[in-house]
Design a binder for this molecule. Structure first.
Ligand code: PEP
Ligand code: MG
Length: 755
């Protein structure tokens, strides 16, 4: 059964249109369940009805015509209750309603299950049988499993369908994801496809059909040559049976049919990579469907060949790539920090990806660079978007594809208003960050990017609260050496001197991978991360510590911070290495002061060991991103659970309040450098709790400063008190929103979803 299930999902997944997906679905399920009828009804929000979208067994004329409200008839009942309904004698059920067009009076047995994706009912899947049949538990379990598996595929197909069969004449479509970096932009979509990935080749209408055909035959020729040479090289080392495989490959490529099919597709109006992907996919689907092991193996061969040809085509494309358009919104399956570096900054207007969430590191970097970003757009049909005009709304987490003029005008107005607000706020950026009742709240910045505008920032801040050293490590091709690092750190320390700069030791793992030091783990956020990695590689940590210390010579504004600390032992081990580095440098004649050393409070265990930590360290800095993730057990990078991730969860706020009190009692200066500090609501709460400094991405400074300058400390403290009485994150957020409205500070908050 598992095999059947997997195969159906695979086929439906490979379908190029919603219609094809639905047709495959009903046919294959009917066959697998040996039943007379299989139908799929989808919920149409515009009509507020479930519509029969495809059937095998009922009258096909009924497709698109028969529909029902939720709660109407048996199908409507399944849709309303969102649970399976299994009946041997359906007409006897009080909800039974006869839809004449379907011809379903002949069927007595009925099994319907809801199709639900991320809590949203998409439709109802139904099987029926003429004679009385009690679908057994196995049948029911099969259909429920099928529906659960198909839900994601279907959601994706529906999204694609929105683009291919526009319900609005203008073809506009809206997609929702997770707001990851604020701001709005009107621009053009540029899809970055992973190399040689047949499933993610964007559609593109070719400008020169003959050129595309030439490119194709050249790429095919190159792959033939590669295979022939590989075969020759291996001839003496592999069996004749294995060698025969190379012949099969060569024949497949020599076979004019494949090339001709792709050529035909190009002439229909698709560029070479897209045409190749279409044809290969069609063949693979066909072969995988056949009940023959030999042919199924051939499907894998065709896929492999297709990938090789595609790789050549893409190399060519890259060479001929005439650059990114103005205001480009880069869209990819998964965006990496390195990818951000590839697009010229002045053209990069927005970012969208299918994976990732608002505190994933790509999001943090995007915020630091001030690029509107939406992540976790799981259902986005990547291949249909290249070159499309889009509006990206980083506040509400939306991507509007092919917007009409009215919408574009509306957004242009919002963008203008935002610019105007930024200008107004700019006027007070040189003023102290002080509450109206005279409490100073030092604001610091999080850095790590080469683009940080030191000269502008310096007079406005109290220092660098977090320098993420991993960023320079990510954009090199190996661990940077001591001299390279010293140079980088010196720039940072010198640039901000005499202000303090808190440098964090390498914090890789989780979602931060180094291309030359990959870490593959089932649970990366609970695994080898931060100090755990660097203590296991003292040679890497020592080079970094030496570089930091060397860079600080004569400046004395360096502070060192250890990430992901769980045990006091880890601190002791790191301090021993630091002392060794100091001694070594001294022996080498480099005179440096011992810097202040602190830890990040981000693993909940540290909340309970503050006293022991305080005896060894000079300061604490709260990594609220990770502290939230670990307190709530919600992967900060996983869009599926993103709605559960909230630093304003009452448990997190209560932990933070306790932490601020306890660190005061212990006399340890404590700041916050997670994203909560850069959110005006969060910043006021943290101020009221009594944290000593707030460190944030530079683009967050103006709004946070404005909030602090307008709300007295007494009100911030009261806000904490009031907020701690709420029991849910929603209630907390609503209260914060209400208070900001009262203080007439709503304009400092991101626009709300309903705006
Ligand atoms: C944090 O966890 O809050 C933090 C500042 O570190 P990072 O986001 O780099 O993990
Ligand atoms: Mg962290």
């Amino acid at each position: 059964m598992l095999d059947v299930l997997r195969r159906i999902v695979q086929e439906v997944n490979g379908a190029r249109s919603l219609e094809a997906a639905l047709a495959t679905m009903v046919r294959r399920i009917r066959k697998a369940m040996h039943t007379d009828v299989c139908s799929i009804y989808l919920f149409d929000a515009a009509q507020d009805r479930l519509v029969l979208m495809d059937t095998i067994g009922l009258n096909t004329q009924a497709v698109g015509h028969v529909s029902m409200r939720l709660g109407e008839g048996l199908v409507g009942l399944v849709g309303q209750r969102e649970e399976p309904l299994n009946l041997e004698d359906a007409p006897a059920h009080p909800y039974f309603r006869y839809f004449e067009e379907t011809g379903e009076e002949r069927f007595s047995s009925f099994l319907g299950v809801p199709v639900i994706h991320q809590r949203r009912a998409l439709g109802v899947l139904v099987v029926q049988q003429q004679e009385k049949r009690r679908y057994d538990e196995g049948d029911e379990a099969f259909l429920v499993t099928m529906a659960a598996q198909l839900a994601g595929v279907l959601a994706h197909a529906l999204a694609t369908g929105t683009l291919t069969r526009p319900t609005r004449a203008d073809g506009m479509a809206t997609f929702k994801g997770i707001a990851a970096s604020p701001g709005m932009v009107i621009g053009k979509a540029v899809v970055i496809a992973p190399p040689a990935d047949l499933d993610n080749v964007p559609d593109l209408v070719p400008t020169d059909i003959e050129l595309e055909i030439r490119r194709l035959s050249e790429a095919i020729e190159r792959v033939r040559e590669e295979i022939r040479r590989a075969g020759e090289r291996l001839a003496s080392r592999i069996s004749s049976q294995e060698l025969a495989l190379f012949d099969v490959y060569e024949q497949m490529l020599a076979d004019a049919a494949l090339g001709q099919e792709v050529e035909k597709r190009i002439r229909e109006g698709q560029w070479a990579p897209g045409a190749l992907a279409d044809v290969v996919r069609r063949h693979v689907q066909y072969l995988e469907r056949v009940d023959d092991d030999y042919l199924r193996e051939r499907a894998a061969d065709i896929r492999d060949l297709g990938r090789r040809v595609l790789a050549h085509l893409q190399q060519e494309t890259d060479k001929g790539f005439d650059g990114f358009p103005e205001r480009c919104v880069v869209i990819g399956d998964e965006l990496s920090v390195a990818m951000l570096g590839e697009v010229p900054r002045e053209r990069l207007a927005g970012l969208v990806s299918l994976k990732g969430s608002s505190t994933s590191h790509v999001a943090i970097l995007a915020r630091a660079m001030g690029i509107p970003t939406v992540l976790g757009m799981v259902d986005l049909p990547l291949t249909r978007l290249n070159g499309a005009p889009v509006i990206l709304d980083g506040h509400r987490g939306r991507l509007l594809v092919r917007p009409d003029d009215e919408l574009a005008r509306h957004y242009q107005k919002l963008i203008d208003e935002e610019l105007a607000l930024a200008e107004v706020l700019e006027h007070e950026q040189h003023l102290p960050s002080e509450t109206p009742d005279g409490f100073s709240v030092p604001l610091m910045v999080n850095t790590g990017l080469a683009v940080d505008a030191v000269a502008v920032l310096k007079p406005r801040i109290a220092g660098v609260g977090l320098y993420r050293t991993e960023v320079p490590f990510m954009i090199t091709e190996r661990f940077p050496g001591e001299h390279e690092q010293t140079k980088l750190y010196r720039e940072q320390l010198e640039g901000f001197a005499p202000l303090p700069v808190v440098m964090r030791t390498l914090d890789i793992g989780g979602d931060k991978d180094l291309p030359y030091f990959p870490i593959h783990e089932a649970n990366p956020f609970l695994g080898w991360r931060g100090i755990r990695v660097t203590l296991d590689h003292p040679e890497v940590l020592m080079v970094q510590l030496r570089a930091m210390l060397r860079a600080s010579a004569g400046l004395n504004n360096l502070r060192i911070m250890l990430p992901m600390v769980t045990n006091v032992d880890e601190v002791d081990a790191a301090l021993r290495l630091l002392d060794r580095a100091l001694t070594e440098l001294n022996e080498e004649g480099v005179r440096v002061e011992r810097p202040l050393v602190g830890v990040m409070i981000e693993v909940p265990a540290t909340l309970y060991q503050l006293e022991a930590l305080s005896q060894r360290l000079d300061f604490f800095s709260v990594g609220s991103n990770d502290l939230t993730q670990y307190l709530l057990a919600v992967d900060r990078n996983n869009p599926r659970v993103a709605s559960l991730y909230d630093a304003c969860h009452p448990a997190v706020l209560s932990a933070l309040t306790g932490l601020a009190k306890e660190s005061h009692r212990l006399g340890v200066p404590t700041s916050v450098c997670g994203e909560l500090a850069g959110d005006p609501c969060g910043a006021l709460l943290l101020t009221g709790m009594g944290f000593d400094a707030l460190s944030m991405n530079a683009p967050s400074l103006p709004r946070v400063r404005a909030a602090i300058r307008r709300v007295p400390m007494s009100s911030a403290r009261a806000l904490v008190e009031e907020t701690l009485r709420f029991t849910t994150p929603t209630a907390v957020r609503a209260h914060l929103q209400a208070r900001f409205a009262e203080w007439q500070l709503t304009h400092l908050l991101p626009p709300r979803d309903d705006a």
